[in-house]
Design a protein around this ligand. Structure first.
Ligand code: NAD
Length: 354
């Protein structure tokens, strides 16, 4: 039984990782999360009384708090998911992205390295620092067939992807310079349950259910490779427990879709699963509204995930069709979760407000 310290475990992917570890393995988890607007302890309710889960509200930029947690918890592994993650927010206000994604990753690396240096030889050899990153560090693809591999040069386009690229470089430098045992994964766009409704898929589902406009950037022709979050969580656990130190693994879903196709698929599923529509809406697709494109918007991302499939025997279980159906159904049956996000109560309660 291992002890895993998971940063950002109250976020979308982090909470899926924590639910996977608690529900499908014997390991225990300490979630370290600042609880920004994106952190939601409601997403961890399923595992919170398992006896193998604990939580600390800590900023990864706070070195002394991190030192205290490493000393008290004595983790065998670290999975680092805490980040500012929304590209549009990074364009409006890059400062938090520089602070958390770059300075925070540096601070965590140093706290973890000092803890690791004090471990006895066996624990030191087994220790891993797994940094979770994005395929957006590679920039964008202009053809229709080429794919990002683990050796594609970095060419980030947005403040978000530039901050993640910086953090990836720091993590690799800590291995090269200090021999600190790191692994990096770069994944494509995730979707699934418990996704904060500022991101495309939950935004479209919830706006459609409320009869609001379904905003599509530019002409909607941007292509993303969609990865179901529970497939990603399984991949991450495999990497941190079986991956090779110093390696990078790209994780993707083999599900390239244009944004407009994603939006239309959601509308079609809602016609089937939620046929009684808001007043004045004849067809969900009538709500599609094209809006001014995001500045610097990347055209296409697509991942070659053959290395993790070959070396760690991981494969996504969901196709886009099965995963998006599960996702739409989840939002239809878990209104309490997203209503508490929309009315802000998920955040007010943790600071004692009604
Ligand atoms: P998210 O925004 O849903 O969650 C981020 C979590 O980090 C939140 O719980 C937040 O409270 C926490 N956090 C933010 N700043 C913090 C700080 N200073 N200290 C401690 N905690 C802090 O993000 P996500 O979508 O779950 O993404 C997780 C990781 O995966 C990120 O590193 C992101 O870059 C990467 N990633 C995400 C996607 C995607 O499609 N969502 C794709 C590729 C990579």
């Amino acid at each position: 039984m291992r002890k895993i310290l998971v940063t950002g475990g109250a976020g979308f992917i982090g909470s899926a990782v924590v639910r996977h570890i608690i529900q499908d393995t014997k390991d225990s988890v300490l979630v370290v999360d600042k609880l920004t607007y994106a952190g939601n302890l409601d997403s961890l309710v399923e595992v919170s009384d398992s006896g193998r889960y604990s939580f600390e509200q800590v900023d990864i930029c706070d070195r002394s708090a991190l030192d205290r947690l490493f000393t008290q918890y004595q983790p065998d592994l670290v999975m680092h998911l805490a980040a500012e993650s929304h590209v549009d927010r990074s364009i409006d206000g890059p400062a938090a992205f520089i602070e958390t994604n770059i300075v925070g990753t540096y601070t965590l690396l140093e706290a973890a390295r000092h803890y690791w240096m004090g471990l006895d030889t066996a624990l030191k050899q087994a220790f891993r620092f797994h940094h979770i990153s994005t395929d957006e560090v590679y920039g964008d693809l202009h053809g229709t067939t080429d794919l990002f591999t683990e050796t594609t040069p970095y060419a980030p386009s947005s403040p978000y992807s530039a901050s993640k690229a910086s953090s990836d470089h720091l993590v690799r430098a800590w291995l090269r310079t200090y021999g600190f045992p790191t692994i990096v994964t770069n994944c494509s766009n995730n979707y699934g349950p418990y996704h904060f409704p500022e991101k495309l898929i939950p935004l479209i589902i919830l706006n459609a259910l409320e009869g609001k406009a379904l905003p599509v950037y530019g002409n909607g022709a941007q292509v993303r490779d969609w990865l179901f979050v529970e497939d990603h969580a399984r991949a991450l656990y495999k990497v941190v427990t079986e991956g090779v130190v110093g390696e990078t693994y790209n994780i993707g879903g083999h599900n390239e879709r244009k944004n407009i196709e994603v939006v239309r698929t959601i509308c079609q599923l809602l016609e089937e699963l939620a046929p009684s529509k808001p007043d004045g809406v004849a067809k969900y697709e009538d709500l599609i509204t094209y809006v001014t494109d995001r500045p610097g918007h990347d055209m296409r991302y697509a991942i070659d995930a053959s290395k993790i499939e070959r070396e760690l025997n991981w494969k996504p279980l969901e196709t886009f069709e099965s995963g998006i159906r599960k996702t739409v159904s989840w939002y239809l049956t878990n209104q309490a979760w997203w209503q508490r996000v929309q009315d802000g109560s998920y955040a007010r309660e943790r600071i004692g407000l009604k």
